[in-house]
Design a protein around this ligand. Structure first.
Ligand code: ATP
Length: 291
């Protein structure tokens, strides 16, 4: 056995000596090995592109993205909503859109609902059909949605990102001019771990993080008391740890879920609701940052 190991290590050290002599690379090969440089293209037809993201699933990204889009519209902005969640699109359900976008063979026309221009892979495929796609297909769908959709005269496109730190986030960060990202989280430690990964990803890829939102931070009981069932202050602490702005809290309110399920988000269904007013505050903050 020892003889075998000796001869094996001798062999590998001989191999190492062989590979130590690096072959001269041709100029063409050197060029091929250079890190790829990306050009960041703006989304045509819009002034500012804002991502709503969180590396964690189910924390309320789509709920936030739809309501923020509607709140921005309510304060006079022209808004588009791009559902970038290829594997689990939510916008068709949350906006109750069942039609397919028209195409002239070159450009897809976004579907306008509640005065918001919308695009989602869910408009093109049957709602119950799973998208069983590899990364390059996802990248190609995102390029279509950003470069081949007839977005018109928009102040903002709100991009509803999928969970994770994968192909979609990479394509947007490297190849699209992103003007900012809002990170949504719930206060549980398990969500915050993913959020920290998401913050580091955007920092590394040079996307400005506008701030963190604490969604489902508490619910108010019939006794009027606030119950912080998922823990307290975790999102704010994470914002401080990474020197990002803490944008605020959104409590748990069953009306939020009900409105989303019925295809008319709360800001559209009931603009006077206390939760709608919170979204309007976020929208004013975003508007004053950019316009
Ligand atoms: N503040 C809130 N109060 C009550 N329910 C909420 C609140 N925010 C989100 N929800 C509900 O939580 C569920 C998950 O929300 P949503 O689909 O927006 O999350 P997501 O992060 O986009 O999920 P995914 O990762 O699957 O895309 C939905 O049923 C939604 O209605």
């Amino acid at each position: 056995m020892a003889k075998y190991i000796m001869s094996f290590s001798q062999k590998t050290s001989n191999d190492k000596n062989m590979t130590d002599k690096k072959p001269e690379l041709s100029d063409a090969m050197k060029k091929k090995l250079e890190p790829r440089k990306f050009t960041k293209n703006p989304i045509l037809g819009t002034k500012f592109t804002i991502a709503v993201s969180s590396a964690k699933g189910g924390v309320g990204k789509s709920t936030f993205a739809t309501n923020l889009a509607l709140a921005l519209k309510q304060i006079g902005c022209k808004v588009g909503l791009l559902d970038a969640d290829i594997y689990g699109p939510s916008i068709p359900k949350m906006f109750d859109i069942n039609e397919k976008p028209k195409s002239d063979g070159q450009t897809l026309t976004p579907i306008t609902k509640y005065d918001i221009q919308c695009m989602s892979i869910g408009f093109l495929a049957d709602q119950q059909t799973p998208m069983i796609w590899r990364g390059p297909m996802v990248t190609s769908a995102i390029k279509t949605f950003t470069q081949k959709v007839g977005w018109k005269d928009l102040d903002f496109i709100i991009v509803d990102m999928p969970p994770g730190t994968g192909d979609t986030q990479l394509t947007f960060s490297q190849e699209i001019k992103m003007d900012g990202a809002i990170i949504v989280s719930t206060p549980q430690e398990v969500a915050l771990l993913d959020v920290k990964r998401g913050i580091k990803m955007f920092d590394k890829l040079g996307v400005k993080i506008l701030g963190l939102v604490d969604n489902m931070s508490y619910f108010t009981g019939d006794d009027g008391k606030k119950y912080k069932i998922f823990g307290e202050g975790g999102v704010k602490r994470t914002a401080e740890e990474f020197e990002k702005e803490f944008l605020g809290e959104i409590p748990i309110n069953p009306e939020v879920g009900k409105c989303g399920d019925e295809g008319k988000p709360i800001v559209e269904a009931n603009p006077e609701h206390e939760i709608s007013k919170i979204y309007l505050d976020f929208a004013r903050k975003i508007k004053s940052t950019y316009l």
